[in-house]
Structures are given as C-alpha cells and as structure tokens.
Design a protein around this ligand. Structure first.
Ligand code: O2Y
Ligand code: MN
Length: 595
C-alpha cells in the first residue's frame, strides 16, 4: 500500500481500515480543482449528479429518501463510563459499539474506491486549527469536504512532520457485489446507521449515511462533538455559533458570536445587511466558532469551516440576498427541485412558483402536487469565499476578538426581543436554559418547547453539566475581558399570531443597542429577567412599527416567567450532581426576583 505521508499512526490506521473494509482501491486526495472536477465528472457520468446548465459549475444530487438529515437517534458519544456522556447524549459502551461497527465495516467498501481526505479545520497552520483525516467510500463526501474544509496535500507534509490528526472513518455501508449495479444514492438502512464518537481517543466512526452532518465528518462530528471535549481538556471553546463583524459609522469594529438552535436563522443573521445607515455587517462564519484566550487576555474566535452547508428552503433574495449571491456558481445542491431550464428551485425561493419541476425524489411536480418540491432540509454547499460580505479577516489565523455573545431561540411568547445578562454567571444561566419552539424543519411535534442549552444539545461531546462548568471556568479565565452576554427572540408573536418584529436586516437595530451598551452610551432598565433597553434607546428610525407592538415585544409577564420555573427546574435536575452550584444559585435568584 503506497502512502502520501510518512506518518506511522496514519499509515497503520489506513492499513487496518483496508484490511477491515476491503476497498477495491485507495485514492489519496490532494484537494486540487482538477481532482474535484474529475470526481464530479464521474458522478455525472454515473447519473448521481445532474449538471445545472443555468448555474456555472454547479450540480444537483438527490439522496435516498431515507437519508435526508442528521440522525440524532443514531448518534453516539461512546465514553468508558456512561455518566461521562451525560443525559443529553446517546451512549454505548466503546467495546460493544466498536464490535458492532466492526461487523458492519467488514467488507463494506467492496466494489468501491476508498478515498483518504487530509483536511484542516481552520486556516492551515493557525494555532487554533486542527487536522483531520477522513477515510470515505463516497465521492460526494470528497467533493463536499473540498468546500467545507481545507483539503490540501500540505496536510500530508504536516503529518509527515509528526503533526497530530483526528481519524474520521466513514462508509456509506453499501458494498457492491461483482457486476452489481450501483444505486444513485447508496446507503444503509436506518437501523444500521451509526454516527459514533470516541472523545477519549479523539476518534470518529460513521457508518451507513452519506448525508451532511452524518458524513462530512469535519463539521458536527469533529468541529463540535470531538472538539468540545478537546476544548474542555485544553481550556478553549468549541461552540455552535455564527461569527460576524459589525462596524459602526465611526469605524469601530465589534465581533459577535451567536448561538441559536438549528432552524432559527443563523445563516441569515451571519450574512445580514443592516438597515441602519452607516453600519456594516460582515460574515466570518455561519455555524461553528472555535475560541481561545489570546495573549491580550481576550477571547479570539475562528470559523473552522471553509464553506456553508446551508438550508435552501426559505432562502431568497428577500430573506438572505448574500446567500443567494453566494450560490450563483460552483455549488453542490442536495435535494432541491430541478427546473425545466436546468436550474434549482425550492419553496420560498421566488414568489412565483414554477409550473413544472422535477422534485427532490426525481418525479414530475406541479403546484397541484401534494408534496413539497424540495426537501425541507435541502442544502447548498458553497465556498465561504464566495459570500459577497465575507470579512477580509475571516481566515486570520489569530481569529477575531469577541465582544458579544448572543443566545436565543424561537419563542412566540414570554421572551422579549432583547435583554442583557447581569453578569457572566447570569449569562451562562441564560445559555444553559435556552429554549426554542420546534418547527416543521426540526425535531419533535410543532410548537413544543425544547431546551437546547447553548444550542449544543445535539453537539456536546461530553456531560452537559460539565460543559456548563467549563463555561463558568472560561469566564473566570477571562475576568473583565469576558464578552458581554445578551439574549434575543426575533420570533415573538401578537395574540393574533403575527410576528411582532420584522427580523432579518432590522435585527441590526438590536445589535446596535448591544454595541452601545458596550460603549456605555446607553443605559438599561433592571428587570426580573435581565437588563432591557430603556425607552427610545433601540434605534427604530425609518421602521414602521406600531408602539403597541413594541410594548408587546418588550413586555415582561412575570406570571408567564414564573410558569417557566418548573420546566427549568426539571431541565436542571437532569444534570444531577454535575450541575454547577452557581447555576442553581442563578435559578434561586431568578425565583426570588420573580417573587
Ligand atoms: O442535516 C444535516 O446533516 C445538516 S444539519 C446542519 C447543517 C449546517 C449547519 N447546521 C446544521 C445543524 O443542524 O445545526
Ligand atoms: Mn448548525
């Protein structure tokens, strides 16, 4: 077996995988455009990719209907002790899980090529970055990894020089017998899908799915689940957060990192164009932030990713023009509908609905069809560098200094538009109790309240109680250089069920208030739940919003907040004795303030 790197651990690992998975051949990726083009051409020839004649160098894939999203039920944090995975994770004993998975991996790459993908999460060589090597039998994964991570032959040189790496094993779990015709989207049945993490040895094993977060292992698996466990051990932070830079008319820059559960508009906020005159917003990342305390004592963040794996439905020139411009060319679309003239379409993309489409399942579709044309979790994969508002510092190896953390969720009532935490511990309490109402685009029955601490429930690679403690510890390390913490809710509704706040570009008004709080330019009124804007301090100029709607947006209903307490108590009880006493104290203080 030839190898592209002189690294004993890598080569031994690859040998073991070859022995177990039995691929027909091995291909060592180099991340070049030529490699991408060649692999994409093969997939077009095989019929699994469709060329989009209307979008230069862009392709459409349709997955198997059973393989359309992350599979949380099949995602495991496998630590020696169950307690270390905590109550928010599925756990299996590592010996048992590895045994089961070895059985599945046996011969699973027969009839296929095994690709070795060397990649960096974060700019190659940044002190905050990490190297991974993904082994996969899916050419779709290779092409997506080219965009979502930095795939490069330079990584082989770093590995040859002894650099550490995180091994990520992936198989779609669909071996081909001699002469067997391949499926357009081969994958394994749901009961054989496993997305497994072994945080004690920084190892990822994924089997059976070719989709998104299950298969592009640099993203949720490495950059969040494994990285969060590493970050705790090493004293940094791996968070499910967008990063943006806001610049005021005087040129002062503010860096904001915001955590929202899936389906709350993170990509839209990350690429927002402010409505307030003179303010500028630039995108650094839309999903993940890695943060370390720098030599200046401040928290510096990088976006470890190289691209966007964004939800297509609902994205339009109205909701996110910058995303629309990002996906004009060089894009991989997955599970979108195909137009008759060779473009993609999805629900919410245009006001006018095309008269005929091929839907995400490959069937004729008209507006009379009963099902949606694009899958609700249809995606675009595009390079971050193609975003018109990408920040010039988005690849700065030192990262950007974070001024503001924002938490939030989708709440049709109770939670006001914006408030500030009293202090770090209170901010951690807000993150730890963050909740969102479920929509058709995410988990559970529509309208259920789901506690999703720090938007990390599906992504924390260890016990969530310890994760809260880590946040408290980081606050101690940062002292008076810690970012200020805010909580927002863009989704409050009137009693008639109408959204009260316009959202999107007008969210810049809320961000401006946060920046002015930092500068000490505006005060705030102390309430039971936190610090709220004083009347007149939120810049509403040019916005046609009825005063009664503003009042409702900012209203604090103490009774409704008191009614939240039992749910927060139940939520905290889940973490048992691993729940930090300082968070119990925060809950007690909230209880007392509410009276
Ligand atoms: O369903 C998937 O595999 C993708 S999930 C995803 C993709 C990009 C950014 N965030 C998410 C998420 O679920 O938070
Ligand atoms: Mn996400």
């Amino acid at each position: 077996m030839g190898s592209a790197a002189k690294n004993e651990k890598l080569n031994k690992w690859i040998e073991e995988i070859v022995e177990m998975c039995r691929p027909d051949g091995i291909y060592w990726c180099d991340g070049t455009k030529e490699e991408y083009d060649r692999m994409m051409a093969k997939m077009v020839e095989a019929g699994s990719a469709t060329v989009l004649v209307k979008r230069p160098n862009s392709f459409l894939f349709r997955t198997d209907p059973s393989d359309v999203a992350r599979v949380e039920d099949r995602t495991f944090i496998s630590t020696s002790s169950k307690d270390d995975a905590g109550p928010t994770n599925n756990w299996l004993d590592p010996v048992v899980l590895k045994n089961t998975m070895r059985g599945l991996y046996q011969g699973c790459m027969k009839g296929r090529t095994m690709y070795v993908i060397p990649f960096s999460m974060g700019p190659i060589g940044s002190p905050i970055s990490k190297i991974g090597v993904e082994v996969t039998d899916s050419p779709y994964v290779v092409c997506n990894m080219h965009m979502m991570t930095r795939v490069s032959a330079r990584i082989y040189e770093m590995l040859s020089a002894g650099e550490e790496f995180i091994p990520c094993l992936h198989s779609i779990g669909a071996p081909l017998a001699e002469g067997q015709k391949d499926a357009l989207w081969p994958c394994a049945p749901i009961e054989n899908k496993y997305i497994s993490h072994f945080p004690e040895e920084n190892l990822i094993w994924s089997y059976g799915s070719g989709y998104g977060g299950n298969a592009l292992l640099g993203k949720k698996c490495l950059a969040l689940r494994i990285a969060s466990a590493m970050a705790r051990r090493e004293g940094w932070m791996a968070e499910h957060m967008l990063i943006l830079r806001l610049t005021n008319p005087q040129g002062r820059q503010y860096h904001i990192a915001a955590a929202f559960p899936s389906a709350c508009g993170k990509t839209n906020l990350a690429m927002m164009r402010p409505t307030i005159p003179g303010w500028k917003c630039e995108c650094i990342g839309d999903d993940i932030a890695w943060m370390k305390i720098g030599p200046d004592g401040r928290l510096h963040a990088i976006n470890p990713e190289n691209g966007f794996f964004g939800v297509a439905p609902g994205t339009s020139y109205g909701t996110n023009p910058m995303a629309m411009d990002t996906v004009r060319e060089n894009v991989i679309f997955t599970n979108c509908a195909l137009t008759d003239d060779g473009d993609v379409w999805w629900e919410g993309m245009t006001d006018e609905v095309p008269g005929h489409l091929i839907d995400w399942k490959g069937r004729d579709w008209t507006p009379d069809s009963r099902e949606e044309a694009a899958h609700p979790n249809a995606r675009f994969t595009a390079l971050a560098s193609q975003c018109p508002v990408i920040c010039k510092d988005w690849e700065n190896p030192a990262g950007v200094p974070i001024d503001i953390f924002i938490f939030g969720g989708r709440r049709s009532s109770v939670v006001p538009l914006v408030f500030e935490a009293f202090n770090w511990d209170h901010g951690v309490f807000l993150g730890a109790t963050a909740a969102s109402e479920t929509t058709s685009a995410n988990i559970g029955a529509v309208g259920n309240l789901r506690r999703d601490p720090f938007a990390m429930k599906p992504f924390c690679g260890y016990h969530m109680g310890e994760y809260f403690r880590h946040w408290l510890d980081m606050g101690e390390g940062l002292g008076d250089k810690a970012p200020r913490i805010f909580y927002v809710n863009w989704f409050r509704k009137s009693p008639e069920g109408m959204f009260l706040w316009p959202g999107f570009s007008d969210n810049s008004r809320v961000l401006k208030w946060m920046c002015e709080r930092i500068e000490g330019k505006v005060g705030a009124r102390k309430t039971e739940i936190g610090l709220l804007p004083n009347d007149g301090d939120l810049d509403l100029s040019g916005l046609d919003i009825a005063p009664e709607n503003m009042n409702e947006l900012m209203r604090i209903d103490s009774r409704a907040w008191r009614a939240e307490l039992p749910d927060i108590e139940r939520h905290f009880e889940e973490f048992g004795d691993r729940l930090p006493g300082r968070l119990k104290k925060q809950l007690q203080e909230l209880r007392e303030r509410l009276g």
